[in-house]
Design a protein around this ligand. Structure first.
Ligand code: IVH
Length: 680
């Protein structure tokens, strides 16, 4: 290609790629598959390599990082970057609106722009004549650091504004953040390489922007949402008109969006302050489903003229406030460590904490997992620790605050015999977990085995909760899962705190549970590492229970998901005297149909991998999974290049984003139901 042809092609490619970036990052509507985008980008890179003069600063190829810097230079903000005040409760919010209303007495109803409070870093982007010329951190609000090279690598930040109509100088203010999925990937990779993981996406984003080598930042997958404008300059002789900027904060964000600058899709214009609580609750509820971390909401008086009337106090505007969610991290003291024995004998250290309100609940226990985790944290009894409780996730101890270590801090010692049955304890080679060797002689393991047997995904025995199982075992009425079915109405009704109605419920529940399915029965046995999916795979492969019992290790490993360890666990389970007895008893009491042999054409999804995410309101995830498996599909828990379909229910979060990134086919619940119906 001649230079002039190449020049034309490079220009076309710029336009095309910028357009695709806009569709992907701003409109959230990718119009071509990722491979096609990659092809265009590679074509551009090849032309730029051949004709270096064609490589301009605003080329969309410039998102891969350049020369490393020695240090960051300083940037003085032409308009200071302010902070926000916080409110933490409905009462504090009311006080905020009252202050606003008192200053704006003549305004009857004040519109608010409602935004999530993104948990990243404030950045100011400076566009001159439509080109990104500078990006700076907030710093102390007056002077920040010049991080242009790193920011240029952020894929969703345009190097050139879209269209023709923008001010000569436009400073965009917003938050750079790391999406949850990118954060998880980054930490997984770091741990694999033996490097330290980042504590949270915010730190990871900050660490990435602080890299002097922008090639590193380029690999970090950061993102950006705008939340305002800073300095704006308009040369008087241009036709844009005096007032390019709208007089509404919300409209301004929309204006930026039209120029190709990403706007958070959750942002909403509220008619007045009575809508604030609804927005706050809605975002709080959606929090776990969002693909990025937030720590609250932000409400801003929408009318710019009113904002100007209200002005600022110190470093924060009077016209805006953050309405924060309850903190997800708190400090408390580790009072003691207890050791719990689980279903498989695993002895788990449980931290007893000085009760602390975190993530909206009071937390007094947290698991410490195993010795490795204790070593990793370097934790001692009486230490002050940081506790994190995010969403419905169980509380975790994130770190020890070494600077506060008290004098009476002492080591956590693991027991040398089972704390429940006093049997010996062992640690298998290569395992971090200490186990009780007592098997089902151990009261704790017995209780857990029976709880598992009756749990929802297993036999789902109505009327039999965990507390009742403990009572039944403690009162020696039940020693094995099979004993449950031998309980009489009389046995049950003579138990303490047991009314006639509860006794009836339990007996009815037990009668109903006698009829089940083969996958549920296998799962209910509680064989180590045989979860729901493996149980279903075993059932679908062997079709009846006798064949599973008789299978050897080699045959077992032919089943999808079953490797050497799981095969060994299954063999060992069926060799144990006690298990043989219980299983034989159960076979006599219970019944389930064998699985009907499916011919190859009845397994239309053979070799296809599905992932299910979000809430399925019509059929439930377990049911969907079972039906897909019955048609030969593999149902996996995580999205990867090997995923063929993602079933995305309501509130699908990071898995959906990842699937979209990988170009995985996505089905909603209705589409899944239609697909299943087609093959029934
Ligand atoms: S507005 C004049 N809006 O919170 C007001 N800030 O605590 C300037 N932040 O430094 C800030 N989400 O880094 C604004 N939707 C949002 C935000 C937001 C996150 C951050 C920002 C700011 C800090 C103040």
């Amino acid at each position: 290609m001649s230079l002039s042809d190449s020049q034309k092609r490079v220009q076309d490619l710029h336009q095309l790629i910028n357009q695709l970036n806009h569709q992907y990052y701003v409109l959230d509507e990718p119009s071509v598959p990722d491979v096609e985008y990659d092809r265009l980008l590679r074509e551009l890179q090849a032309l730029e390599a051949e004709f270096p003069d064609l490589k301009t600063l605003d080329s969309p190829s410039q998102k891969v990082g350049g020369q490393a810097l020695k240090s960051f230079s300083q940037v003085t903000h032409q308009v200071p970057m302010l902070s926000l005040d916080n409110v933490f409760s409905a009462d504090e919010w009311k006080a905020f609106t009252k202050r606003v209303q008192d200053r704006l007495v003549s305004e009857k109803s004040i519109k608010f722009c409602a935004e999530p409070k993104l948990d990243g870093l404030a950045v100011s982007l400076r566009y001159e004549n439509g080109l990104l010329v500078q990006a700076a951190t907030r710093g102390d609000g007056a002077v920040g650091e010049n991080i242009t090279e790193n920011v240029r690598t952020i894929k969703s930040i345009p190097l050139k504004l879209l269209g023709e109509s923008y001010p000569d100088v436009l400073e965009v203010r917003g938050e750079v953040f790391m999406p949850k999925a990118s954060f998880d990937d980054l930490n997984k990779k770091a741990l694999k390489k033996g490097e330290k993981a980042f504590a949270n996406p915010r730190n990871a984003a900050a660490g990435s922007l602080r890299q002097l080598d922008s090639k590193i930042a380029a690999k970090r997958n950061l993102a950006f949402y705008a939340y305002g404008v800073g300095y704006v300059e308009q040369a008087s002789n241009i036709t844009l008109g005096e007032e390019w900027l709208e007089n509404s904060h919300y409209q301004r964000l929309c204006q930026l969006k039209a120029l190709g600058i990403p706007m958070c899709p959750e942002v909403k214009l509220l008619a007045d302050s009575t809508e604030v609580d609804g927005f706050y609750q809605h975002i709080l509820q959606e929090r776990d489903n969002l693909s990025y971390e937030i720590d609250g909401t932000v409400f801003k008086v929408d009318d710019i003229a009113l904002q100007q009337k209200l002005g600022f106090v110190a470093r924060a505007p009077r016209w805006a406030t953050a309405y924060k969610f309850p903190a997800q991290e708190e400090t408390t003291q580790l009072l003691d460590v207890d050791f719990q024995v689980g279903r498989t004998g695993a002895i788990t250290p449980v931290a007893r904490l000085n009760p602390i309100f975190v993530g909206g609940v009071t937390v007094s226990n947290a698991t410490l997992h195993n010795q490795d985790e204790i070593d990793r944290l370097g934790i001692k009894i009486n230490d002050f620790v940081t506790i994190r409780r995010a969403g419905d996730v169980i509380p975790q101890i994130v770190s020890v605050q070494l600077q506060k270590r008290p004098e009476n801090a002492c080591d956590i010692l693991f027991p040398t015999s089972c704390p429940v049955c006093d049997s010996g304890v062992v640690k298998a080679e290569g395992e971090a977990v200490l186990r009780c060797t007592g098997g089902l002689f151990c009261g704790a393991q017995r209780k857990e085995a029976i709880k598992h047997f009756s749990s929802r995904k297993a036999l789902d025995i109505d009327g039999l909760g965990d507390k009742l199982v403990e009572q039944l075992v403690d009162e020696n009425l039940v020693k094995t899962p099979a004993d449950l079915f031998k309980l009489t109405e009389l046995d049950v009704s003579t138990m303490e705190r047991m009314g006639k109605k509860s006794a009836d419920n339990l007996i009815n529940g037990l009668t109903k549970a006698k009829t089940t399915t083969l996958p549920k029965f296998i799962y209910a046995l509680g064989i180590r590492e045989v979860g729901e999916t493996t149980a279903a795979n075993l059932a679908n492969y062997f079709l009846n229970f006798s064949a599973i019992k008789a299978a050897d290790e080699i045959l077992l490993q032919k089943v999808p998901d079953v490797g050497a360890i799981v095969a060994k666990n299954i063999i060992q389970f069926f060799q144990q005297e006690h298990n043989i007895e219980v299983v034989t008893e159960l076979e006599a009491i219970m019944s389930w149909p064998d699985i009907e042999l499916k011919s190859a054409d009845e397994q239309p999804f053979k070799d296809k991998t599905f992932v299910i995410t979000g809430t399925l309101s019509q059929m439930g995830r377990n049911e969907a999974k079972a039906e897909l498996q019955a048609l030969g599909a593999k149902v996996s828990g995580s999205v990867s290049v090997k995923t063929h379909f993602l079933v995305a229910g309501e509130k699908a979060g990071s898995k959906l984003t990842k699937a979209q990134d990988l170009g995985v086919e996505i089905l909603n619940e209705d589409e899944l139901i239609a697909l299943l119906a087609k093959h029934k």
